[in-house]
Design a binder for this molecule. Structure first.
Ligand SMILES: [Zn+2]
Length: 289
């Protein structure tokens, strides 16, 4: 037994040390470029990280070099935002690519824990809206994927939830569940009290544009609850960054910049050592952009 009584923490310490070492090594090996294009701050200097073949992908998408060979991610020197450039395509095109990630299996619903997190994020949004946002509550589960059932189940609890995604073959009904495209911002202008998402923000390719769309679809003073890993979660939780479809990771600074640019304020962040981490935003005013 250790005289300091620290031995019981040894496994945790080793784990943290391992990820810290991995992260540091990764960072030291990175090259610097001054021709980058940070999607949040507009910064032109970045560190470039090279990632190998995506271990999760199968089927059609393996035809893409970024998936079968490897891809780069850029860490903005100015705001520390981490991003990829390769998936800057239209929502329809991105939807098509996603439907091929697991040979189409991504469109088949199976019971899973993520659905419960989606419901929990919407319940939190619902609470924040109560007494703060005018009119009857309507919440959008953005990027629900095959977990569209979360919204329908929330309705059984008396929470008026809607959901949307970009995958081409999901069972959209156009009432509760709609396919998100470039017209959605206008169609749903000032429609929702809240927008929530789970494991979606790290997939964005045009984060400022997407936040502007969120702003447009929200009612005045509306809330957002987004469950997403931030860049500083990597050393402890392992690297989410190597997944090729993870194209967007916020730092504290890039989050502050995007709020400023799209007229949101960060209300709260909840980061638990093991479990949920999510961010709550409120719409401050109409964003122009
Ligand atoms: Zn930046």
């Amino acid at each position: 037994m250790s005289g300091l009584g620290l031995s019981k923490y040894a496994p945790e310490f080793m784990l943290v040390f391992y990820f810290w070492l991995k992260f540091s090594w990764h960072y030291l090996r990175a090259k610097s470029v001054d021709s980058a294009d940070c999607p949040v701050s507009g910064g032109k200097k970045a560190k470039v990280f090279r990632y190998g073949k995506d271990p999760y992908a199968t089927g059609e998408v393996l035809k893409l070099d970024e998936i079968s060979k490897g891809h780069d991610k850029y860490c903005c020197v100015e705001c520390k935002h981490l991003y990829a450039l390769w998936l800057r395509k239209s929502a329809n095109k991105v939807g098509e690519l996603y439907s091929n990630i697991y040979a189409g299996g991504g469109e088949v619903y199976t019971e899973n824990d993520r659905k419960d997190i989606q419901k929990e994020m919407m319940r939190i949004a619902h609470k924040y809206c109560s007494g703060n946002v005018e009119g009857a509550f309507a919440g959008l589960d953005f990027g629900c994927g095959p977990n569209f059932r979360a919204a329908y189940e929330l309705r059984d609890e008396g929470i008026e939830a809607y959901c949307s995604d970009i995958l081409p073959k999901l069972p959209y009904d156009g009432k509760v569940f709609f396919k998100f495209d470039e017209h959605s911002a206008e169609i749903f202008k000032n429609r929702f009290s809240a927008i929530s998402s789970v494991d979606v923000l790290e997939h964005l390719n045009w984060p400022v544009n997407d936040f502007l769309v969120f702003n447009r679809m929200l009612k005045p003073k509306g809330f957002m609850v987004h469950f997403t890993p931030m860049i500083n979660h990597f050393p402890v939780f392992g690297s989410h960054a190597d997944h090729v479809f993870h194209t967007n990771f916020f730092s504290s600074k890039s989050l502050a910049i995007i709020c400023e640019k799209t007229s949101f304020r960060l209300v709260n962040k909840v980061v638990k050592p093991r479990g949920y981490w999510y961010y709550i935003f409120q719409k401050l005013g109409e964003a122009c952009g």
